[in-house]
Design a protein around this ligand. Sequence first.
Ligand SMILES: Nc1ncnc2c1ncn2[C@@H]1O[C@H](COP(=O)(O)OP(=O)(O)O)[C@@H](O)[C@H]1O
Ligand SMILES: [Mg+2]
Length: 265
Amino acid sequence: MKLIAIINQKGGVGKTTSAVNIGAGLCLLEKKVLLIDLDPQAHLTYSVGIKAHQLDKTIYNVLKGDIATSDAIISRSIDVFLPFSKHSRYSGEFFVLPSSLDLSGADLEFGGIAGREFLLKECLASAGDFDYVFIDSPPSLGLLTLNALTTAGDIYIPLQTEFLALQGISKLLETIEIVRKRLNHEIKITGIIGTRFDGRKRLNREVVERIREYFGEQFFKTLIRENISLAEAPSFGKTIYEYKPESYGSEDYFTLSREILERKL
Ligand SMILES: Nc1ncnc2c1ncn2[C@@H]1O[C@H](COP(=O)(O)OP(=O)(O)O)[C@@H](O)[C@H]1O
Ligand SMILES: [Mg+2]
């Protein structure tokens, strides 16, 4: 089981978009995938068409220890036709551990508990078996993100290929290093995802070069292009493959999903 935390304390860099569309992409490539929404804003949950505010069992109840993890997990089927790919027709189901606004008080509510950094890790023991588990984190380095980092073996960091992409990255790397030394020796950064790339802009190309110099092999070859369909899909509760299968966004995330499998990440 691959446990991957998608982290960046900056908002709007493509964490949730990547979690949804890499997760769904790997599902279409026949992997069993669980998406964990650890952001109190529940963007991931809504993005795949699950109405978080109507749920009575969410990750909040799981972290509190009130219910078993498997009781909150929702299955989501997917059936698509991808025009750019040989096999064209793909279907499957992926799984979602939904979030809830109740989680917004987590730092205060769970902050005083012994073992507070390991709440999610403990919950995963009763989640069931998956090939890939992706944890979508909130845009901060608080207790929830810390829980993602103690649970995961790998970290993917999405970076928007824009001005200041690497700003704040040293703080993030420092936090990861502290976690690695003190709480989770296994944790490593395996994937840097370049998002919202516009090859017509010189600045974007320069930023990509800088990210490549900085991270080398860790930087995925597949770049995710700026694509309006990716911004529209969440409001329809659809993955990019369902919403606009012929879009750049669909092609890029599917290619990235394949790259992840090829690199055995
Ligand atoms: N490649 C892209 N092209 C266009 N819009 C994108 C792209 N990736 C993400 N977006 C949009 O940008 C916003 C922020 O992305 P999101 O994945 O929610 O970031 P985060 O989870 O890091 O806050 C969302 O409205 C999303 O739909
Ligand atoms: Mg998000």
